[in-house]
Ligand binder design. Structure first.
Ligand code: SF4
Length: 292
């Protein structure tokens, strides 16, 4: 629950505000860019919502915030934000909201599929929030949980206990330590299902993986994200904990695949047709090589 006493001075006056517990995960800005901005090391409200749609997005940000740092002085129906998640992105892919402080507000995603097509897939772990768990249950539960890397596992164990899902993770990121049901090893891609491929991408961490679904959606963890300032794609040099050169090589290997959506844990979602996405990936690789 955000505290009015800790309201950041960078907020404009009015209803919504961010308090000093903000960890600058950027989720609020991504969800409601007309209301929230990153003013440096934290986010704040730079413009109060004026329409019902802007209020709805501000309430979604309030619910999704990992640290409960967003508050409002007026009363709003909390279900405006709560019931918006999981939030449809495209086809059968949803953003879960309810990010976790344990994974620094990383975004997680739900793929909703009928049981006969393999059942639902959770990509990385959201916060184990009662309201979200109920919604996921109503959408068919979770059969499989894909974990891109060790930083974004959050409440994976509780989702496993609640839904009995099988978790998939790379051995080099501690799959055994986390007790996951299936470990991937090496750097060769692994066909998990007909339309689902695990691609090891060491760099951010040693056992980082991305997951390609239907040759359309690439779940990229902390490996790759959209960037409006670069007008395409970007990668994060300052958090390449394992190896930046290795991350560049991993990125080059992604040129072998076709996809239209980049769905990251941190950073912006990016959508482009496959040929443009490929060009943007080439540009990103070239840019990464200048940042050694
Ligand atoms: S979602 Fe919460 S923690 Fe993340 S930047 Fe916004 S206010 Fe800060």
């Amino acid at each position: 629950m955000a505290s009015l006493q800790q309201r950041l001075p960078e907020n404009v006056p009015g209803d919504f505000f961010v308090d000093s517990t903000c960890i600058d995960c950027d989720t609020c800005r991504q969800l409601a860019p007309d209301v929230f901005r990153d003013h440096g090391d934290q986010c704040s409200v730079y413009r109060q919502p004026e329409t019902s749609d802007e209020t709805r997005k501000a309430m979604m940000a309030l619910v999704a915030c990992p640290t409960g740092s967003i508050g409002s002085t007026e009363k709003h129906d909390p279900h405006i934000g709560i019931d918006a998640f999981p939030c449809a992105l495209a086809d059968d892919v949803y953003f879960c909201g309810f990010t976790s402080e344990d994974s620094f507000g990383a975004w997680s995603y739900l793929i909703q599929r009928p049981e006969h097509e393999g059942g639902n897939i959770l990509v990385d772990s959201p916060r184990f929030a009662t309201q979200l768990v109920k919604s996921i249950d109503a959408m068919g539960g979770v059969r499989t949980m894909l974990l891109t890397h060790k930083d974004d596992v959050a409440d994976h164990q509780r989702f496993r206990e609640r839904f009995g899902c099988d978790r998939i993770m790379h051995a080099a990121d501690g799959a055994a330590r986390f007790g996951v049901e299936r470990a991937v090893s090496g750097v060769e891609p692994v066909q998990l299902e007909n339309d689902l491929l695990a691609i090891p991408t060491p760099g951010h961490t040693r056992g980082h993986m991305v997951f390609l679904y239907r040759n359309r959606f690439l779940f990229t963890g902390d490996h790759l994200a959209g960037s409006s300032s670069r007008n395409g794609l970007t990668a994060f040099r300052s958090v390449a904990w394992y190896s930046w050169p290795e991350q560049i090589r991993s990125m080059e290997r992604l040129l072998d695949y076709e996809f239209e959506w980049v769905l990251p844990g941190h950073g912006d979602i990016h959508h482009a047709d496959a040929p443009l996405m490929r060009r943007q990936l080439e540009e990103c690789v070239a840019w990464m090589k200048t940042r050694t």
